[in-house]
Write a protein that binds this ligand. Sequence first.
Ligand code: AKG
Length: 344
Amino acid sequence: MLEVEATKGKSLNAAAESQELGAWASWKEGQRPAGWFSVAELDEAADFYAENGFLVLESGLTEQEVEGLRRETADICSGKRGDIPGFVAGQPGESQDDAMRRYLCIHFPHKISDLMLQDLAHPSIVSVLTRIIGPNVKCMQSMLFIKASGKPGQAWHQDEIYIPTRDRTLTGGWIALDDATVENGCLWVLPSSHKRGIIYQMEEHRDRRFDCSGESRGFPYSNDDAVPVEVKAGSIVFFNGYLLHRSLPNTASAGYRRSLVNHYMSAESLLPWYGNKLPDDMYVGMADNRDIVLVAGEDPYAHKGITPLNGPHVRPSGEGGCGSQERNMEALEETEKADVRYDE
Ligand SMILES: O=C(O)CCC(=O)C(=O)O
């Protein structure tokens, strides 16, 4: 297990939860923490990943590439890439900031953005994935987090609970479009938690620091074991689909913590990813979502073709409702009682 530094007798996590931790607290004297690698260090990076379930590739994207993705993010939120389910009409003449502040996360942006589609196979990403997954790699999902100041985080979870692979190769490629720090809601990971290969129970939570997605429970790690993944814009965090991870709310006074997260897996594995229900008459052993983009090597199932299944949409963030009237009312009552607002 990676060593977790204490600060003033508290774990980094405890200090962050009580908002006593400043940005870059995990970088001691400006030195990058364990797990951060350059493109010249990919062999070491792959070893670190196998042990810890995550790695950071520094400067995976250039400043210009990051700027291009930020502009694209603003255009998507302003509706310039088309209307998508969950969009809220803006006031005429509203600023791009007003548009961006409305959304926590947009799913499948690569379906409406040529740039984000192209970046699924960015050479920096492919060079890491082919080391940690294998020569044949496909992508099935992208998510664009905007996470303006005040927006909630995501509770502990494992991505394989949502996107099951058959060979445990699910891998997130999380591209930082802003510096991501403990203050503005960077990722936190429980190092090595992927190694047991167990999917932990996921339950509804009532914690207004987090959005409406569920929370993994019953794992044998404590929050004090968690490590913040503070990264500069342009860095790419790779993390295993069994790795427990979360993010805290953006408590910075202004700005965003934007990130583009793509999910990948080996092209050899079938992808039984159909949300809550398999289509009628589909045998689970053959289930294979073919809404994929091959990013490296060969697709052994190319003969099946590609079938679009998932459309771009806005993810409910928790401020606007959690998908069930009963839960909305409960969440509202709890918020009023606690006098908590994460999105003023
Ligand atoms: O970016 C975040 O805050 C959370 C991302 C995440 O949990 C994921 O990509 O699975």
